[in-house]
Design a protein around this ligand. Sequence first.
Ligand SMILES: [Zn+2]
Length: 177
Amino acid sequence: MDSVCIGLTSSNRVTFTENSIGRFLISALVTRLSLDHVPVCGDWIGHGNVGVPLVRCPCLSGLSYDECCEHFHSGATALTPEALMRSRFSAFALGLPVYLLETWHASTRPASLELDGDIHWYRLDILSKSAGTPQDATGSVEFEAFYRGTRTGSQRENSAFVRERGRWFYLGEEARR
Ligand SMILES: [Zn+2]
């Protein structure tokens, strides 16, 4: 694999690069990822089909985005609070406020949500979790999410989730409900 290190700094840029076996790799979509998720060479490996980017998921599951949180951002149902938590972190990282609102329980959901484009969410640590099994209607996930940009720091929260009609929703911080 060569010629695959692609610098991505400008918005909405699509770059075509040819690798050693002559396939074109397309690097779109990466513009909203944090710097930690800008692909390095190894992230861009032909997927069998030409032009399918494999970039690691912002939630740091170890999977690529298209194998992980993209499913949920495209409408798949998260089966556990942790999966929903991870997909919501990825939505923050990628700038997907609609997904964040859709997965926020109606009882606590804000009327609108504006994400700070100057903040890059780059790391998620899952600290603990409780309940949230298929037998449960509630669950919680404690996490620490790290950001940098015009401000740098982390947010730690024990998030509560509730399941309704087979779907998990984010309720809010456990202690503050
Ligand atoms: Zn993910």
